[in-house]
Write a protein that binds this ligand. Sequence first.
Ligand SMILES: [Mg+2]
Ligand SMILES: [Zn+2]
Length: 276
Amino acid sequence: MAGVVVVFDFDKTIIDVDSDNWVVDSLGFTEPFERLLPTMPWNTLMDTMMGELHAHGRTLDDVAEALRAAPVVAGVPAAIKAAYALGCDLRVLSDANAFFIDTVLAHHGLLGCFSQINTNPSHPDADADGRLRIGPYHDLHGCGVGTCPPNMCKGQVLDRILREASSSAAGRKRVVYLGDGRGDYCPALRLAREDFVMPRRGFPVWDLICEDPARLQAEVHPWADGAELEETLLRLVGRARVEEAALLPPLDCKLESMPVAAQEGMGPIMPLGVKH
Ligand SMILES: [Mg+2]
Ligand SMILES: [Zn+2]
């Protein structure tokens, strides 16, 4: 079986808030955050805020405790577990950071469902008594789409995921991409005709898609809440499995027993998703 790769954004897709804002607000640092916001890129600001928290005596445990209290989108953990149980290859693609995402997913028992977490690097600085350092994913990405932040082009990361999905001997894996934000528009543009994009209805990526739907090749299946996400995702995964089974008859037994005339009428049999 070729299978399905499911790529999840994190903020406002798996959890129902933005984890950066949630941590800053939970620990009482909204005022300095808003004061510094116009002066530097978001990714640099979050690293700076981790320094502020540390300077005011907030530990990494305090940050983790705030993250564990962040609300998930109700129904999404069940959807993740169900897709994993069906054999999907799950990835995270997020402009948050590794420590935030690992902490939240581990707390909800979801970390083991994901084969890959693609996000901004972060690590406790041993020389600075555990202050969290947050860096950019890309130093320079040069993406021209215009909706990607300077530190991360999710489209370029998705290109790598698409290449991996094509390298399977069993045929190209189909990709389902779920997200809500402006940064999710660039990867949505790069999905192919056989892939699916699941934008959160009413959020920035949905508005961008609606401006010119013809720019996308992938099928668009919006969702508004966790129940709709779960129902839609599992339906698409089920459909991909049925279509794959229909397109890929077991060559070793069926063709041999089939009359020659029927074989001639079938045309070339090719794996799902191979384009010419
Ligand atoms: Mg998001
Ligand atoms: Zn981009």
